[in-house]
Unconditional design. Structure first.
Length: 396
């Protein structure tokens, strides 16, 4: 896990996800510093050797020192974060250009030609990405026309070509380094987004699990409280049910934490019948159509779980009808009751919001409306086909 993902995990539960950070200002990648300074030394060898034989020597050495210092200043000032090119960096590039042209015009020897390559490298390293290649070409042209010794062909295929290749190669390494850094930042951002999405999914699953189970526990506990004074045996049966429900809830939570829980529509319908019966609600299940794919089956099980939970907790209904039509596309599941629960148009609870997010992600939709005889929850999910494993289980 990256540092960004670890930072996301360390945030307090329930806290809002971090705002997307603004893109970092582009700067000279650090991995290019050592090659740049090494290239500086190589390109200054020829001018230094020429300066050693010059008479007088101090003006030539001054030009060599000025070229080296201006290049180092260019690189170091470009290392700082900036929204654009720093004026000081541009000043150092201009100084290096002036030193290069002055040395070429003053001494007219081949030993100073490598300063054009040094200037081309500086331009490719620090100037704006779009401007650098054209300016590298301009530097190569200067390497051709500024020297007044030798033939034009020698200058073109010697100094100009060397200058252009030095600059354009440096520019390629610069762009590659910037892309690598940008990919690293993108990977960190994706890690943070993945952690946030996984946390949202897990909190939604945990709500769906515990909301249904705790509703059953409350209903059973109310039954125990009512029956305890007059029917001890019935109260004990409900208490045993509470214990079994609690153990099952612990198992489901452990499975959800490890990511292995796979909801089953058949088992969820059985649980729905038991929960509604415990709440004193008649349950009618109408099914039609063949088996579904595992993904669709799991989504429908969440719909049944959340719908039945709402009937038990909020509706005050006497009858609940669960209709499942698997022979149409999209697959339809409808949970209707004759109660007096929340009216249509009220803000959805977190359970319905989470369920709507699940269905939307799968291309389906969820509607909850007040019908003529109660509240109706309807979910439609695109048909994903029959699961092969289900066929084999049925002996097909």
């Amino acid at each position: 896990m990256t540092e960004a993902a670890e930072r996301a995990e360390e945030r307090e539960p329930g806290s809002a996800p971090p705002r997307p950070s603004l893109p970092r200002p582009v700067r000279l990648p650090g991995r290019l510093l050592a090659p740049a300074f090494g290239l500086t030394v190589l390109l200054l060898i020829a001018p230094a050797a020429t300066a050693a034989s010059a008479v007088p020597a101090w003006p030539a050495w001054s030009l060599v020192a000025a070229a080296g210092l201006s290049f180092v200043g260019t690189v170091l000032t470009a290392r700082r974060d900036r929204p654009g090119v720093r004026p000081l960096t541009v000043a150092f590039v201009a100084l290096l250009a002036a030193v290069t042209v002055t040395a070429a015009l003053a001494y007219r020897t081949d030993g100073w030609q490598t300063l054009f390559s040094l200037l081309s490298v500086a331009v490719a390293l620090v100037l704006p990405v779009r401007a650098a290649p054209p300016l590298v070409a301009v530097t190569a042209v200067l390497a051709t026309i500024v020297p007044v010794h030798g033939s034009f062909g020698e200058a073109l295929w010697g100094a100009a070509l060397t200058t252009f290749l030095a600059g354009i190669t440096t520019y390629g390494f610069r762009r590659m380094g910037e892309v690598i850094e940008e990919l690293g930042r993108t990977r960190e951002a994706l890690a943070v987004a993945a952690v946030s999405a996984e946390r949202l999914r897990f909190s939604r699953d945990l709500h769906d699990l515990l909301g249904h189970t705790l509703s059953m526990v409350v209903v059973k506990a109310e039954a125990v409280r009512r029956l305890a004074p007059r029917d001890t045996e019935a109260a004990m049966r409900h208490a045993a049910d509470i214990e079994a429900i609690g153990r099952q809830a612990l198992t489901e939570v452990r499975e959800a934490v490890t990511g292995y829980r796979d909801a089953s529509l058949a088992s969820e319908l059985d649980s729905a019948r038991a929960a509604l019966a415990s709440a004193g609600v008649d349950c009618v299940v109408k099914e039609s159509g063949p088996a579904l794919s595992r993904e669709t089956d799991m989504l429908l099980s969440w719909v049944v779980r959340e719908g039945v939970t709402n009937v038990v907790r909020h509706s005050g209904a006497r009858r609940c009808v669960i209709t499942l039509r698997r022979d149409r596309d999209p697959v339809l599941v409808e949970i209707g009751d004759d109660g007096t629960g929340a009216v249509a148009g009220e803000e959805d609870g977190s359970g319905l919001r989470g369920l709507r997010e699940r269905l939307t992600a799968a291309g389906g939709r969820l509607t909850a409306v007040r019908g003529p005889r109660g509240f109706v929850l309807t979910a439609e999910i695109p048909h994903a086909g029959v699961d092969d494993d289900d066929d084999r289980k049925d002996g097909l």
